[in-house]
Design a protein around this ligand. Structure first.
Ligand SMILES: C[C@H]1O[C@H](OP(=O)(O)OP(=O)(O)OC[C@H]2O[C@@H](n3cnc4c(=O)[nH]c(N)nc43)[C@H](O)[C@@H]2O)[C@@H](O)[C@@H](O)C1=O
Length: 329
């Protein structure tokens, strides 16, 4: 198996699951080095996953890595992932995600033995879908260069699958989080911020729009769905989501509750402040997934509830600060 972007949040969980199942796992990173896994906070993968260099903006490096690995399965997870960044340099984002996926799919198709490929798409392909929740057949009207690029990647999977009868899968993943998520993404920003307040290191947490709605799952559950999809009898596209909407504000409240800290200070003031810099344009169609197909066809169900996810992240952030979690969970 080859995982592109193996040191990312999803790559790490996926590598752990595949290794536990006895699979041989190779992974790509931009610049492999002896300390790569340690630097990524994944020392447990050191020596267990062979690293190959592949840069999404360097087609030859992708072809080389895939030819060298000769995998029978590829999980193509590597991509720039922070949506607002995609406005800074749309050319690069489209090249990395759309052209990068085209190169991965072509290189996999050129291997001597058939190679199944799963491409990580995103709920950002739906954008102004005109419907919510969104299933695999919902209209796709992305609102960001990131969403447009992911839609191209998703479309390539469908087009190549239809034309060449290959086993290609698009995993349309909604938001998925874990203690390994970088802090610029909302949930980890919240759990790290609330833990810092609980530890007495910060007094407030500054966010954007708390009315925004997302469908959050645990990354561990989402990558388990990817494996089921790639190992199913038939190739297809699957929404991987919890199906349960929550607002940013609800996530914030859940984090304060998990940390055992009051959201409002003794003087009644809200510890959560708003900075317009973090506010994005409002969304008319809430980003909520309909995971019926993954459930009915693959038997996939997320195991971790929203509250468990937030509590796990808060506990990990408290532990990083040397603070015990409130009560035994
Ligand atoms: C499926 C999709 O999922 C992720 O994209 P995202 O939804 O943009 O993730 P996020 O955690 O940055 O924002 C979640 C929500 O939270 C709101 N929000 C409020 N206040 C802050 C705030 O202060 N920071 C951030 N980051 N968000 C904020 C923000 O406006 C948005 O409504 C990526 O994995 C992406 O790769 C992907 O494919």
């Amino acid at each position: 198996m080859l995982i592109t972007g193996v040191t990312g949040q999803d790559g790490g969980y996926l590598a752990e699951q595949l290794l536990a199942a006895g699979d041989e796992v190779l992974g790509t990173v931009r610049r492999p080095a002896p300390e790569t896994f340690a630097t990524a906070g994944l020392p447990q993968l050191d020596g267990r996953v062979k690293l190959l260099g592949a840069d999404l903006l360097d087609r030859a490096s992708i072809r080389r890595a895939i030819a060298e690995a000769e995998p029978d399965e590829i999980y193509h997870l590597a991509a720039p992932t922070f949506v607002p960044d995609s406005w800074e340099d749309p050319t690069e984002v489209v090249a990395a995600i759309a052209a990068g996926t085209a190169t991965v799919l072509a290189a996999a198709g050129a291997l001597p033995r058939a190679c199944r490929v799963l491409v990580a798409a995103s709920s950002e392909i739906f954008g102004d879908a005109g419907v919510s929740p969104q299933s695999e057949t919902a209209p796709t009207r992305p609102r960001s260069p990131y969403g447009v690029a992911k839609l191209a990647a998703h479309g390539l999977v469908g087009a190549l699958r239809a034309r060449h009868d290959r086993f290609l899968v698009s995993a349309i993943t909604f938001n998925h989080e874990s203690p390994r998520r970088p802090e610029r993404f909302l949930p980890r920003k919240v759990t790290a911020g609330v833990a810092a307040i609980a530890a007495g290191r910060e007094e407030t947490l500054t966010l954007g729009d708390q009315a925004a709605v997302r469908d959050w799952s645990h990354a561990r559950d989402v990558v388990a769905g990817m494996v089921l999809a790639l190992r199913h009898d038939e190739p297809g596209d699957y929404v991987l989501a919890s199906g349960t909407p929550h607002t940013v504000g609800e996530l914030v409240d859940a984090a304060f509750a998990a940390a055992g800290v009051e959201r409002h200070a003794a003087d009644g003031s809200d510890r959560v402040l708003v900075d317009p810099r973090f506010v994005r344009p409002p969304e008319q169609w809430p980003s909520v997934g309909d995971p019926s197909r993954a459930r009915d066809v693959l038997g996939w169900r997320p195991r971790t509830s929203f509250e468990q996810l937030v509590a796990e992240m808060v506990d990990a952030d408290l532990a990083r600060l040397g603070v015990a979690a409130p009560g035994a969970r």
